[in-house]
Ligand binder design. Structure first.
Ligand code: E4P
Length: 215
């Protein structure tokens, strides 16, 4: 399973990269706006730190605008993946960019047929949003399971990227459901190696060693 970090904060990205298990980065307009930095420059900075796929979202909502912005974003660095909305216009842009060899991430996916359509259009990644579905009383994880089954039924090669992950149990369930990638906030990445019994056990081992052998 691949692990991406879902942030535009450079410090967080650097700290996550130092763990040695980071495969990529996803950003969105809200995450970059929060950093109060130049949009394109920040994407370039991220691509310097992480050599895996870095998702860069378009702002346009029409096909021509998405194509223009998508082509611009793709020139920032060779590891940029153009992030497009899962709309009819986004689908057209996905097909056109994919035909040119530009990788795309179709975001804001909330139902399985969006995932089916973008896979047919050649998307590199599809991003179903688990947390936002949970927020409105739907089972986000159910969507991950449906997309997994559809992709496996037909052998689609689009990678299932579980997004809008809010807590460690989302991660566990995504891994069990067979998500190819999960994009995760730094707070959740940090919690993924935590267990209170690990801390208690480690403290006891160190204490017992010191009692017996000194130091
Ligand atoms: C994914 O690419 C999105 O940036 C992200 O996962 C959205 O998460 P949120 O619903 O917590 O904002």
């Amino acid at each position: 399973m691949e692990l991406y970090i879902d942030t535009a904060n450079l410090d967080e990205i650097k700290q996550a990269a130092e763990l040695g298990v980071l495969d990529g980065v996803t950003t969105n307009p809200s995450l970059i706006a929060k950093e109060k930095v130049d949009y394109t420059r920040r994407l370039a900075e991220i691509c310097e730190v992480v050599k895996g796929p870095v998702s860069a979202e378009v702002i346009a909502v029409d096909y021509e605008g998405m194509m223009r912005e998508g082509l611009e974003r793709s020139k920032i660095a060779s590891n940029i993946v153009v992030k497009l909305p899962s709309t009819v216009e986004g689908l057209r842009a996905c097909k056109a960019l994919s035909d040119q060899g530009i990788r795309t991430n179709l975001t804001l996916c909330f139902q399985p047929l969006q995932a089916l359509m973008v896979a047919k259009a050649g998307a590199f990644l599809v991003s179903p949003f688990i947390g936002r579905l949970d927020d409105v009383g739907e089972e986000g994880m159910g969507l991950i399971r449906q997309i997994r089954q559809i992709y496996d039924n037909y052998g689609y090669r689009t990678k299932l990227l579980a997004a809008s992950i809010r807590h460690p149990m989302h991660m566990v369930e995504c891994a069990l459901a067979g998500a190819d990638v999960a994009t995760v906030p730094f707070s959740v990445i940090k919690s993924m190696m935590n267990h209170p019994l690990t801390d208690v056990g480690l403290k006891k081992f160190v204490e017992d060693y010191r009692k017996a052998f000194g130091g």
